[in-house]
Every structure is written in structure tokens, then in C-alpha cells.
Design a protein around this ligand. Structure first.
Ligand code: PLP
Length: 397
């Protein structure tokens, strides 16, 4: 089938909950994808950081292939030989003691919220059903009914009520508002160290440190959602490292599955994750052998520091070039490492469409922000090729 026929099928039979660019991808390797007509594009989005290591990285494909020949799913009713090593290796990477594996990012966020509440009642001693969790304006943590309960994006929320109570939302970056919102019944503060969907918003310097201090002073868990910001994207394993902050809880996902399958996890110390007893939480596919085998390879690749280093050095180059774009076209550039939110003076959708025509796949977030997040394996030459095209497209708008 050709592009037209395939797009017509999607249009007719898929719910219209996305507005994809009109490209139909058939194959991919590294930083490049190929459409059904054989045209090649540089992937400057990386599936929102799920493809940090590029498409079909040979080490990850090999790990998956090896595991496909052995065992792929047993459920948590039985242990398997990839599980223990996976949780031990991921805990070590994060400097924590325990891991609770899930599949999608939203499930891991739900798990972290349940962890904070259970910890609040059973360890902190909050009175029954009185726990609150503080979140930030512009947040994106996934799409479940509870998670959209504290979204501030009308599209994410409207028509999904009634909502889950127990959440308070304060402006991102506002220390005093956070301090005022946290009380004796606050069990957690849920934060993206850099807000991804909101447009790659980097908080004011010192903010993560202040969040850490407030959480420590009030006995609340600092919960870092590093699903998009973590695992090398910003030039460090975790984005909280830019302020040398250690949260109580990490939420990981996206790149943890190596771009092959969904793998997510909550990582924390025993005094936190130790609250779960058998039967109190779970997931049929969470921590399955195939997921663990691929994620173990991801962890091994991150241990070398090579991908973080690429993100740092290529990221500096990316931001230098984006910073030199003319102010008539670009209002602001935000981000860290190989991650940028380019705030345009006009609409971003026509820019991503024209980039696509020239062989560069990027995507707008909200009306006027272009988000760039190339795979960390991208070469400087390819990155420059894409930036040349962005320069050309902006100059003709
Ligand atoms: C993508 C994302 C999620 C949700 O992950 P899914 O796998 O889509 O459920 C949660 N938090 C952040 C910060 C994300 O970027």
C-alpha cells in the first residue's frame, strides 16, 4: 500500500487522539527513518526520548533477540533469571535500594502516587484519606484519570471528570508557592526536573534544591518524574544531577525500554518501596523477561557514560546554533543537552511540516514551540544537516 492508502486507513479506523505529521514510516536505523516510498528522514524527536539510543541499536536488538530465544513472559507469579539482575542493576544506577517495575510511564507515575500515599499513611502517620500531593502547573505525567486530575492543560482534562482529589498545583519554579502549599499532610511533591510536554521548560536555577529542602523539612517525598528527562537526555543520567539533588523517588520509563518495548519503573529506598506487601499492587507484564533483558542492556550502556557525554557535547553545539537564530524568528530557546524547546514567533506546526518535506522529523508542542530531541547517537554532521534545514525553513516563513 502507498502513503495515501495507508494514511486513509489510519484516518478512517484510528481514534483521532493524535495529529501526526503526514509521514508513514516503514523502517529505521540509528537516527534515521525511511518512509514507505523509500524517502529518508532524520529523526529529531526520538519518540519523546524513548529512542535515546537510536532506532534498533545493535546491542539492544541483540539483547532482545537473545531473550526471544529463551523466555519472554512468566508474570510475577514466578521469578525468572533476568528479574533479580534487572532490579539490582537499576537500583545501583540510581543509587537506591529497590525497584518496582511497570510498563508505561503513566503506570509508573500511578505507582509512585500510590507509593507516596501508602508511605504517608503507614510511615509518616498521616490521618486516613487526608494525604495530599503537590504538583506543578504545566505538568505532564501521563493520561490516566488520576494523573489528568492534576493536569493544567484543558485538552488533557476536559470531559474526564469527576477527578481524583488530593492534589494541589502551584506554579513551576515558584518556591514560595510551594512552601505555602506543603503542609503536615503532604506526602509527596511530584516534579519534572525539566518539563518536557510543556515545552522543555528548565526551572530557575536553585529550584530543584529548594524543592529538596522543603520536602526534607516537611517530611514529604520528593518524586522526580525523569521519564523524559532521564537516562542521558540532558547530558547526565538524571536531570536532577544538574543541581546535585537526590530525590526520594525516581520515576523512569521511555528510554528504559531501549525503543523496543515499554518498560518503566519506580526506584527508591527500602523505607519507601518497602511499604508494598504481596497483592497490594502489581502488573501482569511489569518486569517481564524480555523487558528486563532489554532494560539491562540499556543500563549497561548508560554505565559507560558515553551517551551522557555525547548529549553534553553535541547538546552544547545544538544550543550554540539555536542561540544564533535570528530573534525575529526565534523568541527563546530552552533546554539542556540534546533537548531543546524552540519558542517561535509564529505557529510551530507549519515549521514541522516544512521540515518534514526537507527530510527532518520534529514536532510542535503547543502552538508555538518546536521540540528537538534527536537520538543521542546522532552524528554532529547529521545534526548540522538538520539545523541547516531548520535555518532555511525559518528564513522563508
Ligand atoms: C511520556 C511521559 C509520561 C507518560 O509516559 P507514557 O509511557 O506515555 O504513559 C509521564 N511523564 C513524563 C515526564 C513523560 O514525558
Amino acid at each position: 500500500m502507498n502513503t495515501q492508502e495507508l494514511r486513509a486507513l489510519s484516518d478512517e479506523h484510528s481514534a483521532h487522539n493524535y495529529h501526526p505529521l503526514p509521514v508513514v514510516i516503514a523502517e529505521a536505523e540509528g537516527a534515521w527513518v525511511t518512509d514507505v516510498d523509500g524517502k529518508r528522514y532524520l529523526d529529531m524527536l526520538s519518540a519523546y526520548s524513548a529512542v535515546n539510543f537510536g532506532h534498533r541499536h545493535p546491542r539492544l536488538v541483540e539483547a532482545a533477540r537473545r531473550q526471544l530465544e529463551r523466555v519472554t513472559l512468566v508474570s510475577r507469579a514466578f521469578d525468572h533469571d533476568q528479574f533479580g539482575p534487572f532490579v539490582a542493576e537499576l537500583a545501583e544506577l540510581a543509587g537506591k535500594e529497590m525497584v518496582l517495575p511497570m510498563n508505561s510511564g503513566a503506570e509508573a507515575v500511578e505507582t509512585a502516587l500510590k507509593t507516596a500515599r501508602k508511605w504517608g499513611y503507614e510511615v509518616k502517620g498521616v490521618p486516613a484519606d487526608q494525604a495530599n500531593i503537590v504538583t506543578f502547573e504545566g505538568n505532564f505525567h501521563g493520561r490516566t484519570t488520576t494523573i489528568v486530575s492534576f493536569s493544567t492543560d484543558p485538552d488533557a482534562r476536559n470531559s474526564y471528570g469527576p477527578f481524583t482529589p488530593g492534589f494541589r498545583t502551584v506554579p513551576y519554579g515558584d518556591v514560595e508557592a510551594l512552601r505555602a502549599a506543603v503542609d503536615e499532610n503532604t506526602v509527596g511533591v511530584l516534579i519534572e526536573p525539566i518539563q518536557g510536554e510543556a515545552g522543555v521548560n528548565v526551572p530557575p536555577s536553585g529550584f530543584l534544591t529548594a524543592v529538596r529542602e522543603i520536602c526534607t523539612a516537611r517530611g514529604a517525598l520528593m518524586i522526580a518524574d525523569e521519564i523524559q528527562s532521564g537516562l542521558g537526555r540532558t547530558g547526565t543520567t538524571f536531570a536532577v544531577e544538574h543541581e546535585n539533588v537526590v530525590p526520594d523517588v525516581y520515576i523512569l520509563g521511555k528510554a528504559l525500554g531501549g525503543g523496543i518495548l515499554p518498560v518503566s519503573a519506580v526506584v527508591a529506598d527500602r523505607d519507601v518501596l518497602g511499604v508494598f506487601k504481596p497483592g497490594q499492587h502489581g502488573s501482569t507484564f511489569g518486569g517481564n523477561p524480555l523487558a528486563c533483558a532489554v532494560a539491562r542492556e540499556v543500563i549497561a550502556m548508560l554505565r559507560t557514560g558515553e551517551f551522557q557525554e555525547r548529549s553534553r557535547t553535541l547538546g552544547a553545539h545544538l544550543h550554540a546554533r539555536l542561540g544564533a537564530l535570528p530573534p525575529e524568528q526565534v523568541r527563546e530557546v530552552r533546554g539542556r543537552g540534546l533537548w531543546a524547546g524552540v519558542e517561535l514567533n509564529g505557529k510551530a506546526r507549519p515549521v514541522s511540516e516544512r521540515l518534514m518535506e526537507r527530510g527532518v522529523l520534529a514536532k510542535e508542542t503547543h502552538e508555538t514551540t518546536l521540540r528537538l530531541a534527536p537520538p543521542l547517537v546522532v552524528s554532529q554532521e547529521d545534526l548540522d544537516w538538520a539545523l541547516d534545514r531548520l535555518e532555511a525553513v525559518l528564513s522563508e516563513m
